[in-house]
Design a protein around this ligand. Structure first.
Ligand code: BTN
Length: 333
């Protein structure tokens, strides 16, 4: 705890010095205990300079998704992130979150991992989750809402991820319907929402929203079958980006999303989604779960984030994310 607070106080100074006396007063600890916390942080990879008469200053932080690092970057959140479960490796953050949902983990618990051995995607696909490259994050939500009020959550999460990326990196990804943030026409992030509903009453027991964001992968890090359709922030921006800063921004954006979802306030998300959806006005291929394929034109987004399409006979209808997947005619988008 003292390490987290020392780190947060050093961060507040943005590279400036903080005196040992100030730290010990704020923490209610002896100067020796402050020194011990600084020493422990250094062993965790933090570069902290100590200067006589000036105190301590944070020179560099490691790119790690630890609770200590995330807490020092996270602003105040209402629900999401109040509890953080951070792992170096886990089978799947969604699977873990579903497990702890059954043992009473609180609303808003975030599970985050540096790598996944069995990351899961939509339609039973796997999600490649190598160590030190991406952010694999799931949030456990226990909304007191009927299932039909929750269908927009995945599309809203797409908007939330784009908000976080824009805030930290200064670039705004587009959104490929239903919810993939994309950069340069390639997939940057995948989102998988899973929900448990009590069959008899229709009561939502929990919802797990899982987000896999490609951050530090280099050009050679994707296998050949993904090279043409996947990208990372590092590849697109041609520079490295801090994963902990992005993870903290994601958690804050998800906290806002959750408050807006409960308040039924979807209008801003819809407006942004319609502006950023890269499929609109384009010819796309719909693939049904049964293997059927159809070429249509994507014309709009309805009020629950359904895709309004015109088929080749000129008929207009709305498709929902559970029914079909969309692929552009000339590539991923
Ligand atoms: C997709 O695009 O098919 C969805 C991919 C979702 C991947 C994320 S990574 C964090 C969370 N844990 C998982 O096993 N899956 C989601």
């Amino acid at each position: 705890m003292s390490r987290e607070t020392v780190l947060a106080l050093l961060r507040l100074e943005e590279g400036g010095f903080v005196s040992g006396e100030h730290l010990s007063r704020r923490l209610g600890l002896s100067r020796a205990a402050v020194w011990k916390a600084v020493d422990a942080l250094r062993r965790d990879g933090y570069d902290i300079e100590a200067r006589t008469g000036l105190g301590y200053r944070l020179m560099a932080a490691p790119d790690v998704l630890t609770e200590e690092e995330l807490r020092s970057l996270l602003g105040k959140t209402e629900t999401v992130g109040r509890k953080l479960c951070c792992f170096s490796q886990v089978s799947s953050t969604n699977t873990y979150a579903k497990g702890i949902a059954l043992t009473g983990a609180p609303d808003g618990t975030v599970v985050i991992a540096n790598s996944q051995t069995a990351g899961r995607g939509r339609r039973d696909r796997s999600f490649l989750s190598p160590p030190d490259r991406g952010i694999y994050l799931s949030v456990l939500l226990r909304p007191d809402l009927p299932p039909e009020r929750l269908t927009p959550v995945t599309a809203m999460a797409g908007v939330a991820v784009c908000n976080a990326v824009e805030r930290v990196c200064g670039v705004r990804p587009g959104l490929k319907w239903p919810n993939d943030p994309v950069l340069e026409n390639k997939k940057l992030c995948g989102i998988l929402t899973e929900m448990s509903v009590e069959a008899e009453s229709g009561h939502v027991q929990y919802l797990v929203l899982g987000i896999g964001l490609n951050v530090l992968q280099g050009p050679g890090d994707f296998p050949p079958e993904l090279e043409e359709i996947a990208t990372s922030l590092s590849i697109s921006l041609r520079r490295n980006v801090s994963r902990p800063a992005l993870a903290a921004a994601e958690i804050e954006a998800l906290d806002r999303l959750y408050a807006d979802l409960r308040a039924g306030d979807l209008s801003r998300y819809l407006e942004i989604y319609r502006r950023d959806c890269v499929n609109l006005g384009k010819t796309v291929q719909l693939s049904g779960a049964d293997g059927s394929q159809e070429i249509v034109t994507a014309e709009g987004i309805d009020d629950t984030f359904g895709l309004v399409v015109r088929d080749q006979a000129g008929h207009v209808r709305t498709v929902r994310s559970g029914e079909v997947s969309v692929r552009g005619m000339y590539g991923y988008v």
